[in-house]
Write a protein that binds this ligand. Structure first.
Ligand code: PHE
Length: 463
């Protein structure tokens, strides 16, 4: 059984497995590849803008360090111990007869919901590569960039076709088994994306109202921190680190036994927060200088980035490069999302990987189309006051991932136990992580579940 599981896990993503067995840098890069994505470039800026700026940022960082980071260590530890897909891992690690494996099922559901709207945002990024190349969107006039973005998302055919293109592209990568290539490309190209972001920050900081943008981002107005702002910030922290749904558990199964889990997670977390911060610094000074609304929502980045590029020589070419790199970053995150259902269907149902991939893609074409059409055909079709796109985004980040986090914390804190957790974080006593293990275990056992639950109940106005 154990042997079979290891073989299956090794087959899943040869790239990750190989990276896991050959270098600790490979593991770091792969984990970072899942964490860094449109969450940094698209979601973080728009949520920060919509939720009042610095106060939101502060709560987001606190939630990341105090809640998301411990859960990330827990999830990766479980994955490395179980060495299989989340359902099998939880079955292996839980006492007989206890239904903890249901967390794996919930994770698969969360993956589908996230993919259905994420694939549409990736679709916009792909479309923007072409639009940037045509030069049509390079302008610092809010009316021009808003109209360009509006024309894209309100066109049902374009929205659907770009999304199908994205799904076919990702499906192709999975079917051809070239995830390895993608990981390698991501590793090489991400530094360029980082450089471009730094360049954008420099340009943005030289704009007239840069100070106002920075104040919005870094000077908290505590009156704006409401319960729902706290919930949104916590949801973003989970989404950013790809936790609460099994992605990190799956990645944990590729971790080497001598990999330092606390060190790796802290590095990934720190890098991830820094990249989000850079995106914020690139965007908010421009928002205030050119008169965009910080509360523009999911459109924010798509309407503001062209304005920043319009300020530099070769802006058009650089903007194409930017959206190409953003597409690559998004592809890495999407592959890690897809890995959850594909691995589960493959290992649990005994289907071949191509069959599991095709079924996942098929379901996504159906479910995802409701997200794609949320700004056109289905704009008036609202559930709980939200379009399908907004609903999937809200439910996954603010409900499913935190609930997943609660159960992961409870499982490690009360079922798996300190002994095993501590052995995992210290690699059987070889690393000096004992104090970290004790502190993180305390958080997981007593603090995280209660805190997450409270934030959720308050944020959702249950009491
Ligand atoms: N962390 C990814 C991002 O920021 C999104 C993601 C969420 C990926 C959950 C995997 C699992 O874009």
């Amino acid at each position: 059984m154990a042997k079979n599981d290891t073989t299956a896990a090794t087959r899943l993503t040869p790239a990750l497995a190989r990276a896991g067995f050959t270098s600790s840098f490979g593991v770091l890069a792969a984990t970072l590849g899942s964490a860094v994505g449109l969450g940094n470039i698209w979601k973080f800026p728009y949520l920060t803008g919509a939720n009042g700026g610095a106060g939101f940022l502060l709560v987001y960082v606190l939630a990341t360090v105090l809640v998301a980071l411990p859960v990330m260590m827990a999830e990766i530890s479980l994955g490395r111990a179980g060495k299989a897909n989340p359902i099998t891992t939880l079955q292996t690690l839980a006492p007989k007869g206890q239904p903890w494996w249901l967390m794996g099922v919930a994770g698969m559901l969360a993956a589908f919901l996230i993919l259905s709207f994420y694939s549409e945002v990736v679709a916009w990024v792909f479309a923007y590569v072409v639009k940037a190349a045509s030069g049509a969107i390079l302008s610092s006039d809010p009316q021009v960039t808003e109209a360009a973005f509006g024309a894209l998302i309100s066109d049902p055919l374009q929205s659907l076709l770009w999304q199908w293109g994205v799904l076919a592209f990702i499906g192709g990568i999975l079917l051809l088994g070239v995830t390895k290539g993608i990981e390698a490309i991501t590793k090489k190209l991400m530094p360029i994306l980082l450089l471009l972001l730094v360049l954008l920050c420099a340009v943005s900081l030289s704009l007239d109202k840069a100070v106002q943008g920075l104040a919005f981002l870094f000077q908290p107005d505590f009156s704006k921190i409401t319960a729902s702002v706290v919930l949104t910030a916590m949801g973003l922290a989970f989404f950013k680190l790809s936790i609460g749904m099994g992605t990190m558990m799956t990645y944990g199964s590729y971790f080497r036994d001598d990999q330092n889990i606390p060190l790796t997670t802290v590095r990934v977390m720190a890098a991830d927060v820094c990249i989000s911060m850079l995106a914020g610094i690139a965007i908010f000074p421009a928002v205030f200088t050119f008169g965009f609304a910080p509360t523009a929502g999911p459109a924010l980045v798509f309407i503001t980035i062209p304005a920043v590029f319009s300020q530099i020589p070769m802006g058009q070419a650089l903007m194409v490069v930017f959206f190409v790199l953003a597409s690559i970053a998004a592809t890495g995150a999407m592959l890690s999302l897809m890995e959850v259902p594909v691995a589960i269907l493959h290992e649990r149902m005994g289907w071949s990987r191509p069959k599991a991939t095709l079924l996942t893609m098929g379901l996504l074409v159906l479910l995802g189309s409701t997200s794609a059409l949320s700004n056109s055909t289905l704009a008036d079709f609202k559930l709980a006051g939200m379009t399908p796109f907004d609903l999937f985004d809200f439910v996954s980040s603010n409900i499913l991932l935190p609930v997943g986090g609660i159960f992961i914390a409870l499982f490690v804190g009360w079922v798996w136990g300190f002994e095993k957790f501590s052995r995992s974080l210290t690699n059987h006593g070889q690393l000096h992580n004992h104090r970290v293990a004790r502190a993180v275990f305390f958080l997981l056992r007593y603090v995280s579940p209660a805190l997450i639950l409270m934030v959720m109940l308050k944020g959702l106005k249950v009491f």
